[in-house]
Design a protein around this ligand. Structure first.
Ligand code: SER
Length: 325
């Protein structure tokens, strides 16, 4: 990878992935592709090139690929699961139409493509515990339908046209830089904000709702390592189960209370999110990723919680100081 375009560059994953990629491959070699409604700011804007790339506009993708001689595209444009249920047509247009546009540009210009899939690509009939790599994928959400379609389309482009497509199935991602929006796993980010702000947390999911989760530094490493992996070892491509921790609301709440003793939580269920979460696996088996490209997570719930609390406190303090100044 030398010249990289990140589409959806200002979102939860993109805003951090770009900074990590710039650190590895050079600031000038990583382009932040964004939509005008979400322009890059601060260090993301100042540290390297940025261009408007709406994934639903194939010409914009092609123009930026040509201008910067792009050889690798990270396609991070998507609507998350809960918001996608409110806008299913748009979710398909971005998730599948956008991926098709990206793959076509990649086919013409010889680019490798990373497109994340998700725990949301599984459904109610999937084995829920230690979900295998190759198993039933009949999701009940439009988000999941776009993710399974994306896995199939990406494998098709690899087989039919030789496009170097690779992917991982991300668990819920927990981070403090850019908040997620409209996902089912977002509660596991929001709960840290409440803890640091000293607020009572209203949990939208009931106790016993287990889902796979991952701390952002591990997710970023996975996205980079899969694209750097030796292709001769890859039996799978789109998409690899990856995992690091699985918990329910009670477990994460009690972990945070170890560090924030007075922290309180109450349940205020969101029926849509509960239904989606109930259809997803409790935990994934990531042994194929471990065998085929040496995937290994570094953060468990305890290490993540300590790091989240320290960094979120710093971030909220800086933001408060900026408001005062
Ligand atoms: N975090 C996503 C969501 O909750 C799942 O991949 O929609």
């Amino acid at each position: 990878m030398k010249n990289i375009l990140v589409i959806g560059g200002t979102g939860q994953i993109g805003s951090e992935l770009i900074m990590k990629l710039r650190g590895i491959y050079g600031n000038e070699n990583v382009v932040c592709g964004y939509i005008p409604a979400a322009p890059p700011k601060g260090i993301l804007l100042e540290s390297g090139p940025a261009e408007v790339v709406d994934i639903t506009n194939p010409q914009q993708i092609a123009d930026v690929v040509k201008k910067y001689n792009i050889d690798t595209i990270y396609n991070l444009a998507a609507l998350l699961s809960a918001v996608a249920e409110a806008k299913p047509q748009l979710a398909w247009h971005i998730g599948v139409g956008g991926l098709f546009n990206t793959l076509e540009v990649a086919r013409e210009h010889g680019c490798a493509v990373f497109t994340p899939s998700s725990i949301g690509s599984f459904g109610p009939t999937t084995p829920h515990v230690k979900t295998p790599q190759d198993t039933i994928q009949r999701p009940a959400t439009i988000y999941g339908v776009t993710k399974v379609s994306g896995e199939l389309l990406s494998d098709y482009y690899a087989r039919r046209f030789g496009v170097d497509t690779r992917s991982v199935r991300f668990p819920g991602l927990i981070s403090y830089t850019t908040p997620p929006g409209g996902g089912t796993t977002d509660y596991a980010v929001d709960i840290y904000y409440s803890a640091v702000k000293g607020e009572k947390f209203k949990c939208p999911l009931k106790p016993g709702t287990f889902m796979d989760m991952m701390y952002m530094p591990d997710a970023l490493r996975a996205a980079i390592e899969i694209m750097e992996a030796d292709p001769t070892r890859l039996v799978h491509r789109n998409s690899f189960n990856i995992a690091s921790m699985s918990f329910d609301p009670e477990i994460i709440y009690n972990k945070i209370r170890e560090y924030v003793p007075g922290f309180e939580m109450e349940y205020e269920l969101d029926p849509l999110r509960q239904k989606i979460a109930d259809s997803w696996p409790d935990s994934l088996d990531d042994s194929c990723a471990r065998n085929e490209w040496d995937w290994k997570p570094e953060f468990d719930l305890d290490a993540m919680t300590q790091d989240m609390l320290v960094n979120l406190r710093k971030k909220l303090l800086v933001e408060a100081e900026m408001v005062e100044a």
